[in-house]
Design a protein around this ligand. Structure first.
Ligand code: ASP
Length: 314
């Protein structure tokens, strides 16, 4: 697979998605054994640059890199030169001069990670840029669905809540669409993105109607940090209409799984009991698959990089 960076799901084809998921599946099984470490990334330097807060994604990339034997450095962006007025590109060029092999970048601006990838010589992984894409989240969601449902095509999948501000929704819509699933977007009119018809999904404003007979229910957090002004009347009203509780979930198929990318706001978009019900919720498995998917991506990118380096030195 000739992948140099992972900037978005939009650049992957179904065959590449399947190849990444197959390798991630292998790592997921290996991670459950005592011998989960390898040296696939031995000698590689991985730098995590998170310009936006993150708990699980940054930890997940760090564990994934260390498990593969990379030297992992977390740049403390709070204390970085960006705060002293340096531009993103200057920071990237400074880092580039230190010859890292892999940059994992999260940034509040859509497109910032693409820009950075054009300026550096190493592989770049998008760990979430604004409301644009979060490709490793969509891949880990896909692996979780594939393992739970035994397939990743011809499923009815509902994505619910704040679609407009969510990069998770965007990457998932692209990936699940490429794999030929039927996607329903459910949420208030105010939280639907403009140009929604281009997504090729069905749109619902009523949870009970939209959840009818779906195989997968994916809930989203309200992205308050990306909103200017208020998009909902109140959290109480939002929970009443769009929060996933047992009553609303009963409209989905009896074996439908419940997903959430985290961090979760219990009592706003999801009822705590549903989130904790292991017969329905695969939320912890999503976190587990996150490490495996990131191991697979970094393994593929570093193998390609080594091959390219060898070809250049010939
Ligand atoms: N962790 C996900 C993201 O970074 C989802 C969220 O924050 O709601 O986009």
């Amino acid at each position: 697979m000739q992948l140099q960076h992972l900037l978005g799901i939009e650049f992957l084809n179904p065959q590449q998605i399947n190849e990444i998921l197959d390798l991630a599946d292998h790592y997921a099984n290996k991670n459950r054994t005592a011998s989960h470490n390898s040296n696939a990334l031995a000698g590689c330097t991985q730098v995590n640059m998170f310009f936006e807060n993150s708990t699980r994604t940054q930890a997940s990339f760090e564990i994934a890199g260390k498990r593969l034997g990379a030297s992992v450095m977390n740049m403390p962006m709070e204390a970085s030169s960006i705060k002293k007025g340096e531009t993103l590109v200057d920071t990237a060029l400074t880092l580039n001069a230190m010859h890292p092999d892999l940059l994992v970048v999260r940034h509040p601006h859509s497109g910032a990670v693409d820009l950075l990838a054009q300026k550096v010589n190493c592989a770049v992984v998008n760990a979430g840029d604004g409301r644009h894409e979060h490709p490793t989240q969509a891949l880990l969601d896909a692996l979780t669905i594939r393992r739970s449902k035994g397939r990743l095509h011809r499923l009815n999948i509902a994505i619910c809540g704040d679609i407009a501000h969510s990069r998770v929704a965007r990457s998932n819509i692209i990936l699940l669409g490429k794999m030929e699933n039927r996607i329903r977007l459910i949420g208030p009119v105010t939280l639907m993105p403009s140009g929604i018809s281009e997504f090729g999904a069905e749109v619902y404003h009523d949870m009970e109607e939209g959840l009818k007979d779906v195989d997968v229910v994916m809930m989203l957090r309200l992205q308050r940090e990306r909103m200017d002004g208020s998009f909902i009347p109140s959290e109480r009203e939002y929970y009443h209409r769009y929060g996933l509780d047992a009553g609303k979930l009963s409209y989905a198929k009896p074996d439908a799984i419940v997903m959430h990318p985290g961090p979760m706001n219990r009592g706003i978009e999801i009822d705590g009991d549903i989130a904790d019900d292991l017969s329905r919720s695969v939320i912890q498995e999503q976190v587990e698959m996150g490490v495996a998917v990131r191991m697979a991506i970094m393994d593929i990118l570093m193998r390609n990089r080594m091959q390219n380096n060898k070809a250049m030195n010939k």
